[in-house]
Each structure stands twice: as structure tokens, then as C-alpha cells.
Design a protein around this ligand. Structure first.
Ligand code: X90
Length: 275
């Protein structure tokens, strides 16, 4: 079936996906002074710099049902993948939009999938949907193929202040990442929450530990996607370490958009991989 539309939210960190009908619904990053819609026109670096110097409260909000309906457009067959429903209302509002859409557009079919993750892991899932759609699989075969597809997400963070201040992780878990020079490594748990794995002093040690975690989590070579928040050097260094350890690995490096930049903060890395 190659008339599938793939719809994501902006937590996936992509604004386009070649070869298929594609759209995304933006989340929003808010402060008292400014609000940043995480669409293709957002200047992410400028937002990160602003937030870095901003000391007052900041928060985020998920797309509402109308935002999702905009992204659905007038497509007949839609597969929509959201950020983890355990930490965001995005999945829930997408489900509301699905009900409205199907009621209004007879014969249409919308499937909403909770990624239990974010960023690069969502992109791997979307690319799997695209691959199956291009291979002319039916809607149900695409969903079966996606369910059978194994992916994981690791994160390497220098600060977890925004995650803790917004109640997405416990203050205790966030504390480790607040110490100067310490990188906290964790993963998306199978419930779609943050699970801490290790604390590492310095970038080099953190990247070495990341490769070890990737191995422990079942990576044997395959696709890896690294999204960074204003940290291309660490992302490229990690890509090199992974390719040294797994010469057959297909590693892509990209930049976080607004939502992931807000939570991963300056220097943060998100690593999605097949396992
Ligand atoms: O609805 C909203 O306002 C969005 C809330 C999103 C909260 C979590 C975003 C995490 C972004 C940080 C590290 C990766 C965590 C993975 C957990 C499954 C990136």
C-alpha cells in the first residue's frame, strides 16, 4: 500500500521524510516571555541560547486535536506515531483526532501508535513504515511489521533540569546530571519512561559507556540514529566509536528540533538503534 501518510509529532526531530506523504504536529515550548512553536520555521539554536540564559519557569505542551487534524490533512490511510504517552498528552490528543477524523471521513483509517519513546527511535519506526509501504504491504501488514521491529533509545545528558522541573523525572534521578562534568546515561524503559543506567565523568568516558550500553541492549550492527542538541562533535565522535565497534553499522547524525532540545538541553544526545 503506497498511499499511506506518515504523521509524527515534532519530538521526532524531523520536518520532512522523503518518498512518502508526510506531516508532523508541533509541540510548543513556553516561557512567560516567549513561546516557541516547534515547527519547521523554529530557529532551534536561538531557542536553546535563550533558554540557557532564562532563569524563570519554562514548560512544554503537546499538540491539540486540531493540530493533529491539520497534519492528517485529507489522507485516506494514516499511520501516526507519537512521543511516549507516559510523559506527554500527545498520544491522547492524537487518539481524539483519530476518532473525529474517521467519523468525518468515511472509509479512512487512522492508526495511532505510542512510540513509548521519542526522537531518533520514532524516526527509525517511521522509516520502517515507509519501507513496508514502498514494498506494497497492506495496512495490517505494515502494522505487524512495525510491531515486530525492535528498536531502543539511549540518552546522554549534561543536565536534566528541565525534565525534573516539569515532573518528567524524579529530582533524585536528575541530580546526577547536574554535577559539573557528569553525563547521565539512561534509556527509554519498556513503559515509556526514563530509566537511568550510569553516570560518567567527562565526554570521552560517557561515549565509551554509551557504546557498552548499546551492546548490552542487543545492538549487533544495523541502523543507528544520533540526534544531538548543539553538540555535533560528540555526536560524530560517538558515530565513529560505534562504526569502529560495528563496521556494518549504518549511523546517521542529525540535530534535535525544539521539543527534544528543551528536554535534552545543550550538549544532550539521543541515540535510537535497532536491537
Ligand atoms: O507533552 C509535552 O509537553 C511533552 C513532554 C515530553 C517529556 C519528555 C521528553 C523527553 C525528550 C529527553 C531524553 C529522552 C527520554 C526518553 C523517555 C522515553 C528527550
Amino acid at each position: 500500500m503506497n498511499n499511506i501518510k506518515i504523521v509524527l509529532d515534532s519530538s521526532a526531530n524531523i520536518t520532512q521524510l522523503d518518498g512518502v506523504d508526510f506531516a508532523f504536529a508541533p509541540l510548543t515550548i513556553e516561557t512567560k516571555e516567549r513561546s516557541f512553536v516547534d515547527d519547521a520555521s523554529l530557529d532551534v539554536a536561538e531557542m536553546v541560547e535563550f533558554l540557557y540564559n532564562y532563569k524563570d519557569r519554562s514548560s512544554t505542551s503537546c499538540p491539540n486535536a486540531a493540530d493533529w487534524l491539520d497534519a492528517f490533512g485529507d489522507a485516506q490511510n494514516i499511520i501516526c506515531i507519537t512521543i511516549t504517552g507516559s510523559l506527554s498528552g500527545s498520544y491522547s490528543t492524537a487518539c481524539t483526532a483519530k476518532r473525529l477524523y474517521e467519523a468525518k471521513n468515511e472509509g479512512s483509517r487512522v492508526e495511532i501508535i505510542d512510540s513509548l519513546s521519542t526522537g531518533p527511535e520514532i524516526v527509525l519506526m517511521a522509516e520502517k513504515v515507509r519501507e513496508l509501504a514502498m514494498a506494497d504491504r497492506s495496512f495490517d501488514e505494515i502494522l505487524d511489521g512495525l510491531r515486530a521491529y525492535g528498536t531502543q533509545l539511549l540518552f546522554v545528558l549534561e543536565s536534566m533540569k528541565n525534565l525534573a522541573n516539569n515532573g518528567r523525572v524524579s529530582k533524585l534521578a536528575a541530580k546526577a546530571a547536574g554535577l559539573l562534568g557528569i553525563r547521565a546515561i539512561g534509556k527509554a524503559s519498556d513503559r515509556g519512561t526514563l530509566e537511568m543506567l550510569s553516570k560518567n565523568r567527562g565526554s570521552e568516558k560517557a561515549l565509551e559507556a554509551t557504546v557498552e550500553h548499546i551492546k548490552e541492549m542487543g545492538f549487533v550492527g544495523g541502523k543507528v540514529r544520533i540526534d544531538h542538541c548543539l553538540n555535533p562533535d560528540a555526536a560524530e565522535a560517538l558515530a565513529k566509536k560505534i562504526k569502529d565497534a560495528f563496521p556494518a553499522a549504518l549511523v546517521t547524525v542529525a540535530e534535535c528540533r525544539g521539543l527534544c532540545s528543551f528536554y535534552a538541553e545543550m550538549g544532550g544526545l539521543l541515540i535510537g538503534f535497532e536491537a
